[in-house]
Every structure is written in C-alpha cells, then in structure tokens.
Design a protein around this ligand. Structure first.
Ligand code: SD4
Length: 317
C-alpha cells in the first residue's frame, strides 16, 4: 500500500472513536416532536402523526398513522388503494417500518391489502421475521384480520389500459408519490415508515427499495433516521438510507449526508443520472435535511409546532 493511501486509511481509522464520541454526545431533542415526510401529501399525513404525538403516542405509532393516511387516499396513484398497477394490471405493494429499538418489519409484492404498512408493523411486532412477501404476506395479513380489497380503482385501470396501447416505459419520478415518514417523539425516540405501489407498470414481481431496510428507510436511535423516494433500483444499489445515517454518524449534517448519498449515485452514472432520487434525513438533535438529484422535490416538515411544505431544487439542475 502506498504511504499516502496508508495514511489516509489510518486517519479514517483513527477518527472513528472521535466520531463515535461526537454522535454519543449529540444533544437529544426532547419535548419538541418532529415529523418529516416526502412529497406534498406529506402535509396531511404529518397531521395524522401529530395527532398521535399530541395524545402521548410514540414515534412508531405516529409514523404508521401518517403512512396509513396516504395508503387510504384513492387519489394518490403511487401508494395503497388507487396505486398504478404493474404491467399485468395488478397492484402490488411494498412497505416497511423501523423503530427506535432497531426492530424492523416489511412486506413486499403484497396484493389486495389496503394497508401494507400495518402488515409490516405486524410482521415486526408479532413474528420472528423481518420480511414477508407476496402470497405469504397476504395470507399473514388475512389471518391477522386485514380485509381483502380490490386496490385497482377505475381511474388506475383506465390509465393502465391507455398505457397498454404503446407500453411506454415510465420512471418512478413520473408518478412520484411514495410516502416515507420519519418521526421523533417527545421522548426523542426515532421511528420511520415507508409505503408505495412502486414503479408504475413495472414487471410483474418487481420489488423496489421501499420494503428494503437500509435502502428506503433506516433508523438508528443514537444518530438519526433517513428515508428515500425515487428510482428504487438505484437506492438499493447504494443502500441509500443506511448510508445517509452513517454519514450523520460521522458528523455530516442531515442535508450534507443526503447529498453525499446522492453523490455516490451521480458518480455511478457518470455525472448524469436521468432519474430522480430524493432523501429526507432527521438527526437525533432534531435537525432535518433533504436533497434530490434532479428537478425538484417537496417534503413536509412539522417542527416547532408548524407543519409546512418545503421545496428544494435538484443537485444537478
Ligand atoms: C420504488 N422508490 O418502488 C419507489 C418509487 C418511488 O416516488 O419512490 N416513487 O422504486
């Protein structure tokens, strides 16, 4: 190993204990709940989380409630009922949750169940597993009292039939409405949830980043939490949300950490990715940040008792 590389490696090694000390000494934001979620419908979802928090609820209950709100909205064509189907006209859903104890649950390729986020919660709370998929996930949901529902609304069916005429490839940013929610409750504990119908007209069987712990969602109650929206394949390949949290552990601000995770994607695509990824991040001290690759990205933030929509521009604009 060249001396310069050796020094660089050793310095990284040396700095780790300092970095750890830094994250351990981080001030914990208490008695000032924070809710951060993706896209403009995050505002209404945040309100649901706030209600739970105002009633003394914890961050996991609040994040689940917020995600359920988006899932139940038939006008939202990327989450839950009303989500655009895959190429066969079948709505398949992905979701996950992660709580302040580091526990996690997830479902993927789930069909006919309106609230995948709650099935993911059930997997976390009541099984020894983290992830259930497809038919097994559906059976688990039904046996736990979830009702089966046709998730393909007339509107989504019409759009799918229109798409069938020329089968133009869509990308997730064209129907970008995955909801990822990060919550810090009054005790300072962090949890998150993510739920989606994924990439419109995807291959039957495709699973995106949204149910993958570490990709679309990661929570480390000592450091912070992060979540993603956008082209899931690229989020998975860079283990995005885990990376954002690890960058915060190393002292990056939430916004810098989101940008660093996106820099990896930009590099892999020779500086010119033609798709969207957006990250949101929350640090243990209540600081939040976000970044996106291109165009623009909205996130909804409840902090200091105000719930507001924020718009940011893409790093590559
Ligand atoms: C996916 N990440 O399935 C999701 C799509 C998404 O906004 O986030 N759309 O790849």
């Amino acid at each position: 190993m060249k001396r310069r590389n050796f020094l660089r490696t050793s310095l990284v090694g040396l700095s780790s204990p300092l970095i750890l000390a830094k994250s351990r000494n981080m001030k914990i934001n208490k008695n000032n709940p924070v809710v951060l979620s993706t896209w403009d419908f995050g505002l209404a979802a945040n309100e649901k989380a706030i209600k739970v928090l105002n009633n003394g609820g914890g961050s996991m209950d609040a994040a689940e409630k917020a995600a359920r709100h988006a899932e139940a909205d038939p006008k939202n064509n990327s989450v839950g009922i009303g989500g655009l189907p895959d190429e066969k006209g079948i709505v398949t859903l992905d979701a996950c949750v992660m709580d302040s104890t580091g526990n996690a649950g997830s479902v993927a390729f789930l069909q006919n169940i309106k609230h995948p986020v709650s099935v993911a919660r059930k997997v976390m709370d009541d099984t020894k597993h983290v992830m259930l998929v497809g038919e097994g996930a559906r059976q688990f949901a039904v046996s736990n009292g979830f009702k089966e529902t046709n998730l393909l609304t007339d509107k989504s069916e019409k759009e799918w039939k229109k798409w069938l005429k020329n089968r133009r490839e869509m990308t997730p940013h064209e129907t970008h409405d995955t909801i990822s929610v990060l919550v810090q409750d009054a005790k300072g504990d962090l949890s998150g949830a993510c739920t989606t119908s994924g990439w419109a007209y995807k291959m039957h069987g495709r699973v995106g980043d949204s149910p993958i712990i570490g990709s679309a969602l990661f929570v480390d109650n000592e450091v912070g939490s992060a979540a993603a929206t956008g082209l899931g394949e690229e989020v998975i390949k860079t283990v995005g949300s885990f990376l954002v949290v690890e960058m915060m552990r190393q002292g990056y601000s939430p916004e810098e950490a989101c940008k660093e995770a996106l820099n990896r994607v930009i590099k892999l695509h020779n500086g010119n990715p033609d798709f969207q990824i957006g990250y949101i991040a929350m640090r243990k001290d209540g600081e939040v940040g976000a970044a996106c690759l291109k165009w623009s990205f909205d996130y909804a933030l409840f902090k200091n008792n105000k719930n507001k929509l924020h718009k940011i521009e893409g790093m590559l604009n």
